[in-house]
Design a protein around this ligand. Structure first.
Ligand SMILES: Cc1cc2nc3c(=O)[nH]c(=O)nc-3n(C[C@H](O)[C@H](O)[C@H](O)COP(=O)(O)OP(=O)(O)OC[C@H]3O[C@@H](n4cnc5c(N)ncnc54)[C@H](O)[C@@H]3O)c2cc1C
Length: 456
């Protein structure tokens, strides 16, 4: 810290402690930087090269894995959050990549625009959701990075590079989903649509019925998601379509959804840490009392896409070819039934169209994401590893690709086999980051392997 140039000293902190959202991973970077210009980012990268340090850029810290960790230099670009250009005619917005999605929605709304699709929350940074190919749901909608039309990245040598399908196209293709290992992305342009209202209906259904009428159910609306309640044969189907109907005014019942669905549920899950055999009855109770009630809402798209993800959790989520999903779900049901595992609800089932983002888990194939969860009531630990092993065995055997943000057991060679563009990605990675500045344990384990970079 003492030896830093004054302009870097002004934006650096030591003793920073980083914990991810779920409080499952953390690190103590030697220096933590909060730049507000691309030039400052570039200076930090040059300093890291000179001092033989690694860098990790962190967004909002929501990834449930060690993806964003480093004990060397951590950069947060949350101060790089300005709107740079709005083109309503073309439906394109350019923003600095540290902007969070909540802010982006407001900026878009003020300009009569909206993202076409979205995941469950909007707390993440724009760069963060893209870096892991985060997704929403809808069989005709690709992963979120399909929205990117151009971007700017500060490479591992400090060079500031503009990329688009016609300018540095290989870097553009790789950097749409970069896992933070190509450089620091500082700006992005996104293709958006005119703002719209969504009408969402949530209805109870039988799990068997969903599996038997798979194609009809998953294509029954523009955006469909299914929550299955393990240990029961029940599920909930959420369907959302664009609408011109008026916004609904009813407020969801505080007693049902906040008191019972959140507080009582968390309290009950905490007791179940000592008596896991209670879990199936808890699932039945909360399904009957809270989740089986049909709901209907019309509101701004981004409000309807987002959900309350309750409390900290362990999660695992893989993408498998869409047509293999019913088999995967039946096999997951079978191993839960035939073992002594007691698992939390829901199993979340979402859909993504095939896309062309090199490292997107939906690259080249229509995809079903199946997510499993074990909540950590009051942040306390619960057993999950046996569940994850059995789940991953099923997903692996069906050609699954793990969500990059979530901790998973795939090796570099598994991933190389699974992604046709993996070696092209590595070529760009070597070109942009020849010293391995952006390599951390996760990137070494899953992407670059044991290859010795100058500094590793
Ligand atoms: C409650 C919850 C709900 C979620 N819901 C969904 C969902 O519905 N769908 C889904 O697909 N995922 C979901 N996720 C996962 C989440 O979208 C990803 O973990 C996402 O990457 C988090 O964004 P972040 O800004 O927090 O990034 P971080 O977790 O901080 O970082 C993620 C990666 O992005 C890289 N990165 C960040 N900024 C930059 C930058 N400027 N340049 C280059 N690389 C950068 C980091 O180095 C790291 O590799 C959810 C996670 C949580 C905790």
């Amino acid at each position: 810290m003492e030896n830093l140039a004054p302009e870097l000293k002004a934006i650096a902190k030591d003793n920073h402690q980083f914990r991810n959202w779920a409080n499952t991973f953390g690190c103590s970077p030697e220096l933590y930087f909060e730049p507000s210009t691309e030039e400052e980012v570039s200076e930090i990268v040059r300093l890291a090269v000179q001092n033989k340090k690694h860098i990790k850029v962190v967004g909002s810290g929501h990834s449930p894995s060690d993806l964003a960790l480093t004990n060397d230099y951590m950069i947060s670009i949350h101060k790089l959050n300005r709107v740079l250009a709005v083109n309503r005619e073309k439906g394109i917005i350019t923003v600095e990549a540290g902007m969070d999605l909540h802010t982006l929605h407001q900026v878009l709304k003020n300009n009569g625009m909206a993202l076409s699709n979205l995941g469950s929350i909007s707390d993440q940074s724009v760069a963060g959701v893209m870096a892991t190919a985060s997704h929403g749901t809808g069989t005709a909608f690709g992963s979120l990075p399909t929205m990117i039309t151009d971007l700017t990245i500060v490479s591992g040598t400090g060079e500031i590079l503009y990329c688009s399908p016609s300018s540095n196209p290989d870097v553009f293709e790789a950097a749409r989903c970069s896992l933070g290992c190509l450089g620091v992305i500082t700006r992005m342009s996104l293709k958006v649509e005119p703002d719209f209202l969504l009408e969402a209906k949530q209805e109870p259904d039988k799990f068997d019925n969903v599996l038997q009428n798979w194609d009809t159910v998953i294509n029954s609306a523009e955006h469909v998601r299914v929550w299955w309640y393990p240990h029961t044969d029940d599920c909930v189907v959420w369907r959302a379509n664009r609408t011109t109907k008026p916004v609904t005014e009813d407020k969801p019942s505080w007693f049902k959804y906040t008191f019972v669905g959140f507080h009582v549920y968390q309290f009950a899950l905490n007791i179940a840490r000592y008596r896991p055999s209670m879990i199936p009855s808890l699932t039945r109770f909360f399904y009957d009392k809270v989740h089986s009630t049909p709901t209907h809402v019309v509101d701004d798209s981004y409000k309807v896409f987002n959900f309350d993800c309750l409390f900290p959790q362990y999660v695992n989520e893989w993408a498998i070819p869409l047509e293999k999903a019913p088999e995967a779900l039946k096999r997951i049901e079978k191993f839960i039934q035939s073992s002594d595992l007691k698992v939390h609800f829901p199993v979340e089932i979402r859909f993504v169209d095939a896309d062309d983002v090199w490292l997107s888990p939906s690259y080249g194939r229509k995809t079903c994401y199946i997510g499993v969860i074990m909540y950590r009531p009051y942040g306390k630990p619960v057993p999950y590893k046996k569940y994850w092993r059995a789940y991953e065995d099923v997903m692996r055997s069906l050609d699954g690709r793990p969500h990059w943000a979530k901790a998973h057991g795939q090796t570099k060679s598994d991933l190389e086999r699974s992604y046709p563009k993996f070696s092209d990605f590595l070529t760009v990675q070597e070109k942009l980051d020849p010293n391995g500045v952006f390599v951390n344990d996760y990137v070494q384990r899953h992407i670059v392997g044991k290859k010795r970079f100058a500094k590793l």
